[in-house]
Design a protein around this ligand. Sequence first.
Ligand code: NAD
Length: 497
Amino acid sequence: MANMTKADWQAAAKALRIDGRAFINGRSVDALSGETRPTFNPGNGKQLAQVAYCGIEDAELAIASARAAFASGVWSAMAPSDRKMVMVRWAELIEQHREELALLECLDVGKPISNTLDIDVSAAVRTIRWSGEAIDKVYDEIPPTPANTLALVQRLPLGVVAAIVPWNFPLSTTAWKLAPALATGNSVVLKPASNTPLSALFIARLATEAGLPDGVLHVLPGPGGSLGKHLATHMDIDGLTFTGSTPVGQLLMQYSGQSNLKRTFLELGGKSPNIVFADANLEAAAAMAAVAVFYNGGQTCTAGTRLIVEEKIRDEFLDMVVSKARDWMPGDPLDPATAMGPMIDEGQFNTVAGYVDVGRKEGAELLFGGKRCLAETGGHYHEPTIFAGVHNQMRVAQEEIFGPVLSVLTFKDAAEAVSIANDSIYGLAGAVWSRNINTAHKVAAAVRVGTMGINNYFGGDMTVPFGGFKQSGNGRDKSMHAFNDYTELKTTWIEFE
Ligand code: NAD
């Protein structure tokens, strides 16, 4: 399977049987209303499958079942070492279905098959296995209290958690939420993005096969504005974990305040700075500048969309970046050689094209790309695009475009680079490139973001927390820190006679 060609993947896609039913109480079921909505392949615009369109009544069923499962202790009170075994089995089952799941994600999201196979599925497997393996190694605390007393400080699951995830990394963000939420003993109701529900439904079925008790996990495909809002305002949901846009994150905080103050953790948007000094390894920095913005068609929260270059190397460095951008011309997602696929849908394509117009009108210089391509396929493909001469006050420097559009700015010294980098409502990620350890470390320390690379971009793995400063959010996915978002601290104070 490892050396499958484009023709092999096309044949596999034809033979693929897609189950678009919701997953409630351990079973695949239709929405109670019987309603469905089509999901489309962004690579050719064609309908892929019909998917259950869940509403309030499905949410009520799932929440009641999740609550009953939590109260019964069937999972929440299971020994951590037993929960671990279920999670590890689940990760193994996902691994065994690697090709099918990668294909499903490729067709549903338009991500290149090489990415879904090597990055998305692998990330999901590692996240679930890692969180499962960690959970029976977490100790609680006995603090230094006075003699004749004993205090226990324990981490307990929140209860019923709602998870709402976006369309750009459906499988990996789903795993980032489900793994720590389930490992810590919660029940979960997950709402995938309405246009990319298939991989979450697929892995939920495998969770049951791995031994996750019925009622602990539910997946409800459906609309954000009604179903998502219902979960976020529900009085019987104890925690809400969200990955998505900053405006929706702002609403979710309000919903929490207006309902039961459910613990609400947000992973939101970004406009991340990628700072290049003249003394950097320019070849490596140029290659990664292109990866940072064009990977996943720029539909990445951490995309390095503001390239901030030392003025004296501007022209030389931009020539190098433009030459790297040529490697990112979009192609068929089923072709293993494709680096970049389409935009998720025509709406997102139009958003990107709209920003290209904005950049031109703002007076930025279009250095590369800027147009639709592969129109004959019926897919929503946009060229990798580079604007030079950008000032940080321009909209193309401040707003999250969520497409393959790079804005290039320049700086004269480290202080100016940091000041441009921090002049943003976002604080998700960033990078600095320099061979001088003092410059690199000082700049990295001064940029207010959750993840900062030095001489790399997108660095990190399951061992480190991931999340944002400022309006990029308040939660942390991955690592043991993610467990904090899904647990309450409980003190038991004992006095001896
Ligand atoms: P979105 O905010 O439009 O939607 C995200 C999810 O929220 C979807 O499931 C949607 O149905 C739901 N939703 C929409 N309105 C809702 C409401 N009123 N109440 C409850 N739920 C609602 O985001 P998107 O367009 O799917 O994804 C792109 C965004 O996600 C970008 O801003 C990107 O930066 C961000 N993102 C952040 C991270 C991160 O970890 N920080 C990772 C990936 C994506």
